[in-house]
Write a protein that binds this ligand. Structure first.
Ligand code: NAD
Ligand code: PRE
Length: 358
């Protein structure tokens, strides 16, 4: 939490705008929400994400949360309409928006681009969540004219939402997110697209692997076309490397009777192990730092709450929690993550209390 104060205006009452509004309102901050769609404003307000705009609004900070293609135009309009406000946006691409603002001769000293690396595969006010940004990176991309005061306010916004601030240039941002966000979206979509013509009976065999690798394939195509268009050169570069890797794996599969073929396959899988180890987990630590304990719970009301209460009674801090639900088995799998030194004590205590550990 920070000492963020002052009035905030949010433009765009979709997933991002509503989530930011919910988190700020919860902290007692005055949030006014504007959007093209009055219906989404109504939903956002009834969720508790803020209030309707007023004639005498005088925001300290404006957060533009509209689709990427509209972002520069709306940022420019807001800079003019509110000459004392700092304006930021949350669009998933940054360099092109700044270029457009410069073309429009907008007062970019009061503009500080940003991009929370948090989202969902569902858009709209209805998908908003107050905790969306907790523990996530929030990238701030100041331009050469951004005022230090503006950069500070945007950093305070991110901190108030419990995100961790990373500051980079708009160009470096676009290069990085091509690798860590835009290509992952395409790979997930392309993989899921393989299922379209598959037999339903084959798809019914899917385990957790397919679900893990295709969650974001459900994302909004209209939003992603705009993101990919705005970052096409960087995304193409990463995809070309991936194409080479795919070619090598295809060659290896054609040569599994040779040692070289097997070595090539092994290398691809080991490189994957090395890559996944580089992804930071909670508090910037590696996810493999935590021990995982899987508890099987009956699929009935109150079971999860009872388990968490008992973990609390045992006195061990949970670092992360995931829930897997098996539709056919009337059972839920709860993944508890704890520091390794607490693993055996927690397993023993839970078993003593009658919990089944997988
Ligand atoms: N979805 C994600 O996971 C995610 C994550 C990080 C950043 N972003 C970025 O956040 C921005 C918003 O994405 P979202 O997922 O919230 O989309 P969304 O579709 O849920 O919401 C967009 C909102 O903008 C409103 N809008 C459209 N045109 C407008 C206009 N001219 N004036 C005012 N409001 C207008 C729409 O009514 C809608 O409420 C995008 O730029 C996106 O790149 C998205
Ligand atoms: O987790 C998701 O569903 C996301 O959409 C998140 C994600 C990402 O790639 O991490 C996607 C695009 C946004 O620009 C930022 C975050």
């Amino acid at each position: 939490m920070t000492n963020f104060t002052g009035e905030v205006r949010i433009v765009g009452a979709g997933l991002l705008g509503t989530s930011i509004g919910l988190a700020l309102t919860k902290q007692g901050i005055d949030v006014a929400i504007a959007s093209k769609s009055p219906k989404s404003v109504d939903i956002a307000i009834s969720y508790g994400a803020g209030r309707a705009v007023r004639e005498d609004d005088s925001p300290k900070l404006i957060v533009v949360c509209v689709p990427p293609q509209l972002t520069a135009q709306i940022v420019a309009e807001e800079l003019i309409a509110f000459p004392d406000a700092i304006v930021t946006d949350v669009a998933s691409v940054k360099a092109g928006i700044l270029e457009e603002l410069e073309r429009l001769a907008a007062p970019t000293d009061r503009y500080v681009g940003s991009h929370p690396m948090a989202g969902r595969e569902r858009g709209g006010a209805i998908a908003g969540r107050a905790d969306l940004f907790v523990g996530r990176p929030w990238v701030i991309t100041p331009n050469s004219k951004s005022s230090p005061a503006g950069i500070k306010v945007v950093a305070e916004l991110a901190q108030a939402l419990e995100a961790s601030v990373i500051t980079v240039s708009p160009k470096d941002h676009d290069r990085a997110v091509a690798l860590v966000s835009h290509v992952p979206q395409l790979v997930s979509s392309l993989l899921a697209a393989r299922l379209v013509d598959a037999n339903q009976a084959d798809v019914n065999l899917a385990g957790q692997g397919l679900r893990d690798t295709t969650r974001i394939a459900a994302s909004d195509p209209e939003l992603w076309v705009q993101i990919l268009e705005a970052n096409s050169a960087e995304v193409k570069r990463v995809l070309e490397s991936l194409e080479l890797d795919l070619g090598n794996v295809i060659d290896a599969l054609a040569n599994v009777d040779s040692e070289a073929g097997i070595a090539q396959l092994r290398k691809a899988l080991r490189d994957g192990n090395a890559g996944v180890e580089k992804i930071p987990g909670k508090h910037g630590t590696k996810h493999s730092t935590y021990a995982q304990i899987i508890v099987m719970i009956d699929d009935q009301p109150g079971e999860l709450a009872r388990l968490l209460t008992e973990v609390g009674e045992i006195g061990i801090n949970l670092e992360e929690l995931k829930l897997e639900h098996s539709p056919s088995a009337q059972i839920g799998l709860v993944e508890l993550y704890v520091v390794p030194s607490a693993e055996s004590a927690l397993i023993a205590d839970l078993q003593e209390r009658g919990w089944r550990i997988a």
